[in-house]
Ligand binder design. Sequence first.
Ligand code: AMP
Length: 336
Amino acid sequence: MVQPTGKFHLGNYLGAVRVWKDLCDLKTNQNLYFGVADLHAITIPKPDASNFKQLRLEAIASLLSIGIDPLKAHVFFQSSIPQHAELNWMLSTFAPMGYLNRMTQWKSKSNLKESDEGTLDNTSNVKLGLFAYPVLQAADILLYKSTHVPVGEDQSQHLELTRTLAENFNKMYKKRVFPLPKTMLAPTKKILSLNSVAKKMSKSDPNQNGVVYLNDSPEEIARKIKKAVTDNISEAFYYDPINRPGVSNLINMISGTQRKSISAVEKDIAQYKNHQDFKNYVTEVLVEELKEPRLKYDNLIQDLSYLEKVQQEGASKASEVAEQTLDEVKTTMGFK
Ligand code: AMP
């Protein structure tokens, strides 16, 4: 799932959704479910609620623009399928608070820092929905009896929780209702912000110069890359994430985009002896990769009723499985 909290950036693309497209391109008979996590999106305050409807459709347009084929995958809004929220409740009744407490995402999303003693200040303002969102995420996955879940590195912890909840449910009711889903990590490592390598590239970054969006114009991409933090070594550009995090982040972006190993990229860039030439090359690679998605997106976003139709059809197919699984869960638990 991907949250409809804004346009997709390079981190979402290389870290997750391009893998979704690759799965669509496989010639195997698989059932693919790609959801727009609108119920998750409301766990961070929305200053502009009236814009939410548009953001949700923009997320569908973004998925289609990168080549996800709605004939091969079910693309839908999470909120269109009430079983997500219902299974979330069932799972939450045995999800341990201590386990949720160890997750890092809710802490970073509420800007909480752990002290040296491992304690947190100001947790009393953290909202229940944000704290418990990994349980809803587990429901999103288990509702479709998913076997493989393609996510970015930042979600690995939540996938572990999902497996624990699935296993505990199966054990409690002595029935293998849920398969244990495998985490499918994208080959690209986490993409960092262009202007602060201490944090990941994120839509919610207050400094938007650090974020390359899939539908940024070539000029915007060039401007952001030009400003990207690097260092003062210019005689050679090579991968060294500890000592040269900025340069390494740019190399990681090229490696992910071109699907080349880091060492192959290092060979390609060996000729550059100044920052300008190196950064021009990074810009060129990104502009070329994002050209088609940008043009497709610009077209798709003109046709909101088509996006709505894709969503409705996806939701209708996904509902069939969601209803079946929840029925089985309810029967297993004694509700039926
Ligand atoms: P989100 O929209 O934050 O829910 O993220 C959607 C997907 O993109 C998740 O699978 C994340 O793991 C992935 N993702 C988000 N930001 C990054 C990043 N900076 N680098 C790599 N993957 C990311």
